[in-house]
Design a binder for this molecule. Structure first.
Ligand code: 2IO
Length: 411
């Protein structure tokens, strides 16, 4: 039975400041936390989260119809089921493998080099606001084949879309603002889709426009939704994961030194970052029938949030879960970007992130470029670390000082 901790709320300022402080208590004392103001259930144990994400009969993704479709302007991959889901997922997988991925890695390198150059001679960069955010958006625009000159505009629309999906208590004013962003983004995309149907290139939008499903092409509405889906899913976690990786390595100088010495350790550092501080903290599902967890019944129809950050710190799943350790024996790097991952940062089950290989390539490439350039990297004097976000979470800034690079041969 959950024991109420007087006044505990997922929506409290205390939880927003540092949710990790509450995860132990949640897992042990309130593994089925009901947040009454939003009538939603929050599950925090690794075992329970895994069950929800893999029991597709008992837990559906129906709620995306309300939580995502209005801003995606159509159905997203995560809400599809059966043969339609399998077919459309395959289209996206193909768009992120083989030649396509190799081309994307070139775009990742080019964007990283260009965006970092002005900061190298200064010896100071805010890894989130100066670099990570523009980097994440620009890479996504290259992948989709959209004009990078529009990146600030697209980034602003993206923020509205994300705010809609990730807010637990949206005011009517913000709701309107988010829908406005999505409508403008859709109006921006539709002419591009029409043009790519006539003159397809090798970008992801063209692939979506020419893809066939049972001999039938995707409609403009379906292509639009998948573009916005890719835009959201590829952009939102990128700057957060990069900044969190640097945060943890700076806080653990001996591990930073090891990664510098042996860059082959970088994938392990990324996997451990995803376990320790997953950028996507919540994954929603809808209970299709009554389900019992730790003696508590979640009623059919209820919204259930899987707490990924809490599950990834469950001592039942990982020893010393609150320790950042790139050498931990209970987290296989090889498995961490596959369906066999032990951490839940990419979710699990049929809807596990379809972009895992791309995500790995992106962060590995950019971190591999930055590490040798950011010599003696440290927090800037006076910098105060702060994280924001309940659904997607990351540093609001990461101001770093390093030894200035006087010639740019590193790039
Ligand atoms: C876009 C939270 C950015 C996804 C979502 C409606 C569906 C799905 C996710 C991730 C990251 C987003 N959910 N990507 O958690 O496509």
């Amino acid at each position: 039975m959950p024991v109420a901790r007087s006044g505990f709320s997922i929506l409290s300022e205390d939880f927003a400041t540092d949710p990790y402080r509450s995860f132990g208590w949640l897992r042990e004392q309130a593994p089925v936390h009901h947040e009454s103001s939003i009538d939603s259930y929050f599950l925090s144990r690794h075992e329970d989260v895994t069950r929800v994400l893999t029991d597709h009969e008992a837990f559906s993704t129906e709620m995306f119809q309300v939580r995502a479709e209005p801003v995606m302007r159509g159905p997203v991959l995560a809400q599809m089921t059966g043969a339609e889901h399998t077919a459309k997922r395959k289209i996206i997988v193909r768009g992120f493998t083989g030649d396509a991925l190799r081309e994307q890695i070139r775009a990742i390198r080019a964007n990283a080099a260009e965006l970092m150059a002005p900061f190298l001679t200064r010896g100071r960069v805010d890894l989130v606001n100066d670099f990570g955010r523009p980097f994440g958006v620009n890479v996504t625009l290259d992948v989709l084949g959209l004009d990078k000159a529009d990146w600030r505009q697209v980034a602003a629309w993206h923020s509205g879309v994300i705010e809609f999906i990730t807010s637990l208590d949206l005011t009517p004013e913000r709701h309107r603002h988010c829908l406005d962003c999505a409508e403008q983004l859709e109006a921006y995309l539709v002419p591009v889709i029409r043009q790519r149907r006539r003159h397809p290139g090798d970008d992801l939008i063209s692939r979506l426009c020419t893809a066939e499903f049972d001999g039938i092409a995707l409609s403009d509405r379906e292509v639009t939704a998948l573009i916005i889906n890719v835009l959201a899913a590829s952009t939102e976690p990128a700057d957060k994961t990069l900044a969190l990786l640097f945060r943890h390595l700076i806080d653990h100088p001996e591990q930073l030194a090891q990664v510098r010495q042996d860059p082959e350790l970088l994938p392990a550092a990324i996997a451990e970052t995803l376990r320790y501080t997953p950028p996507v903290q919540l994954i929603p599902r809808q209970a299709e029938r009554d389900a019992v967890f730790a003696g508590v019944t979640i009623p059919a129809g209820a919204t259930v949030f899987c707490m990924i950050g809490a599950a990834n710190r469950d001592p039942e799943a990982f020893t010393a879960p609150d320790t950042f350790d790139i050498h931990r024996p209970d987290l296989s790097t090889a498995r961490s970007f596959t369906a066999a991952a032990q951490h839940l940062a990419f979710g699990t089950g049929l809807h596990q992130c379809v972009g895992t290989a791309f995500a790995r390539a992106e962060i590995e490439t950019v971190a591999g470029m930055l590490l040798p350039l950011l010599e003696k990297v440290r927090y800037s004097p006076g910098f105060r670390y702060r994280e924001t976000g309940l659904y997607t979470r990351g540093p609001s800034a990461l101001s770093l000082d390093f030894t200035p690079v006087l010639d740019r041969q590193g790039l």
